[in-house]
Ligand binder design. Sequence first.
Ligand code: BJW
Length: 261
Amino acid sequence: MNSTPTASVAPAIPAALIGRLRKARSMAALTGAGISAESGVPTFRDAQTGMWAKFDPLELATPDAFRRNAKLVWDWYAWRRELVAQARPNAGHRALAAIEAANPNFLVITQNVDGLHQAAGSRNVVELHGNIRRVKCSRDGTIVATWDDSSPREAPRCAQCGAFLRPDVVWFEETLPDDALVRAEHAARDCDVLLVVGTAAEVYPAAMLPAYARHHGAAIVEINPNPTRLSDRVDYALRGPSGIVLPALAAAVWGDVPASP
Ligand code: BJW
């Protein structure tokens, strides 16, 4: 494995990686919460502050938590929906959009629910864990556009059937959307290079994708300031924040990549 030390300046991009990316027929990026950290969206497993210190986010992201206390879960997601509504894509999101503009055969597979890849201009995006901006009926999954959030005691209810509303995200023990998973697995098996950006790679089935890609001969490139459980099995580890490393990588490989919107 080639690795560079943790630094706030962009690490050097190995020449062999530049060559591999220039030759790549098909590429994909698996992204996680770390890519949005520089947009002010907290990650899941890094040190937490405020509300994140009070509640374990991983214990709120379950159907059981919702059954126990729908109002607590709803309020937590409402707070996060507001946070995401204020967030703007950062240089890391924009670099991935620019890579897609230079190479249309590039798919972003994201575990994030914040929609920031699309806001940065990426078109080929698969959302594995849903999108926090959408709200659905907890009984039949119908997406709703409006809801009455005025009760201090309970989560809003579906106007059609009276069940509680919930965010359209994937909680632990829930299955991922079929079409998203199929597309992601196909891209992982088909790509020549997989960028793994800002994810601890601890949540399955997303965490399997680098193994599929490697098994089919792809080079795995981890972009993360910290080592993860994947780090021993990557070809290149570029240590640093994705908002610094990804633009440096894009510039080293493609030079002046077209600016995203
Ligand atoms: C930076 C940075 C910077 C910081 N730049 N980087 C096989 C084996 C074992 C277990 C399972 C298995 N298959 C299924 C399971 C069970 C379970 C699971 O994986 N559990 C694990 C904990 C072991 N999986 C599931 O339940 C999944 N469903 C499923 O498999 O269905 C089949 C099934 C049915 C019934 C029973 C069992 C199975 C569903 C998983 C859904 C995950 N949902 C969440 C919440 C989404 C909604 C929400 O946003 O609230 O998704 S949990 C949470 O984790 C969220 C994330 O997308 C996901 C991944 O987190 P991520 O992105 O990696 O974030 P962090 O915080 O962990 O890491 C951030 C990284 O960024 C760090 O590395 C930092 O260093 C880095 N970083 N700053 C770059 N500036």
